[in-house]
Every structure is written in structure tokens, then in C-alpha cells.
Write a protein that binds this ligand. Sequence first.
Ligand code: NAP
Length: 246
Amino acid sequence: MLNDNTAVVTGGSRGIGRAIAVKLAGLGADIAIIATRDSDRAQDTIKTIEDMGRKARLYVCDISDIEAVNNAVSQIITDFGGIDILINNAGITKDKLLMQMNEEDISDVIDVNLKGSMYVTKACLRNFVRKRHGRIVNISSVVGLMGNAGQVNYSASKAGIIGFTKSVAREYASKGITCNAIAPGFICTDMTDKMPKEAIDAMLDNIPCKRYGKPEEVAHLAAFLVSDEASYITGEVIKIDGGMYI
Ligand code: NAP
């Protein structure tokens, strides 16, 4: 289904990004992964994709650094011959009550989650416009829709992703480029592993499906949004949260 496509997956070394990278590779895409470091997890993801018969490369880049992003995306275009799909998935948390948050807690989360996604998208757009085709999927969060105590910085960054998604969708729809957001609820990854147990238990009480989500479930949705079948869907925000925020 995605043969001859190249997908860039930010934060594709582990968690949701890894699941999306592996899913898209399974559908025939070659994969460029962006992550902050050349870790064992990143290498394992690369090897998994190569074992599936697809091309995979890791680009070490902090997406909050616009110069580094521009260099990484240029290198990806040189190495792969172009980009068809962008998954803006990389993200961080620095959870605290607002009263305890310092300037760095706020700016780091906004810089990576929101500004970083804009930098990578901006760097890929000329290539999409030239092809008159592109698929952008931004990973937001249900907390960007509903808010969450202890996550003022994070939920603001994820709400920002929604405005960013809708605006990019409006600017580039006529060029054959779609831009949608996925808003996951609680998905088991390293990010949720570091949450306090009481917070995790309290969250389960509020999930009608009475279980947490899996990265692979988010990956299925991303695969649909980048497919030809989804070519008339743009500017949408699709929740995948077991009913956490209805
Ligand atoms: P994760 O397991 O913590 O993985 C984060 C990924 O982002 C890693 O690949 C990491 O690279 C990369 N990354 C972090 N900062 C970066 C930076 N400055 N530049 C480039 N890459 C960076 O996270 P996850 O749970 O899979 O979450 C993925 C996305 O889904 C995030 O945007 C998150 O906000 C969103 N989300 C998650 C949940 C959930 O319940 N897990 C719910 C809603 C939304 P390294 O390996 O190099 O560190």
C-alpha cells in the first residue's frame, strides 16, 4: 500500500513512534527516524525495519533546534530521494503543578512538542508542494482537548498542535497535502511508565474501556490517515482513548 513512499517519523526510536515506523514499513514504506540519540532502542527499531526488507536510517537531531532540523531533513531528502509522509510524534513531558513550574519546564516542553513539530513540517513542506502530495500526521493528546492538572505546559503544547494542524490543513489542501492530528489517551510507553502509580490508577477509573491503549493501536490509525483511502480527510483531530474524553 505504501510501496515507494518514504516516511519521516520523529521520535521513532521507541514507544508510539516506533510502532508507527514499524507499521508503515510493514505496508511498504522506507523509514527515516529522527531521535535525540543513537540508542540501543533506536538501533533495534532500525534493525526491525531492515529485517522487514525496507530501508531505515536514524537521524540524530533535537527537533527544537531549527538548524539541526533543516540539516536532518535535507540529508533525508538526499538519502531517500524525497519524503511522502511526515509523522510528528516526538514529544516530552515535564509534569508539575503550574505554581512549581520554572521557565525551563515551560519552554522545553513548548519548544520540543510544538515548535519542534512546526520546524520539521516547515522543513518538509517544499518537498511536498513540489510533489503535489504529502501526508502529515501530528501526535497531539486528549489532554490538549480536555486539560490536565499537572500538565499545563504539556496540554498547552498539545492544544497548540491542534491549531497548527488545522492551519496547515487549510494552507496546503489545494496542493494535495493533508494534515491531521491524532489525540491519544493513555498509551503504555516509557512516557507513561514514569507517572506516579496513584495517577495511573486514577486515570483507569476514567477510561470507559477499562484498559490502557497500545502503541500499535495508535499506529493503525496513523496508517489509515496516510493512506490513499484517507485523501479527503484533512484538518481532523481523531481521539484514540478508550472513551476517556467523550
Ligand atoms: P516516549 O516513549 O517517551 O518516546 C519519545 C520519543 O521522542 C523518543 O523517540 C525520543 O527520542 C523522541 N524525542 C524526545 N525529545 C526529542 C527531541 N527534542 N528531538 C527529537 N526527538 C525527541 O513517548 P511516547 O509515549 O511514545 O509518546 C509519543 C508521542 O505521543 C509524544 O508526542 C507524546 O506526547 C504523545 N502522546 C503520548 C501518550 C501516552 O500515553 N504515551 C498520550 C498522548 C500523547 P530518544 O529515544 O532519542 O529519547
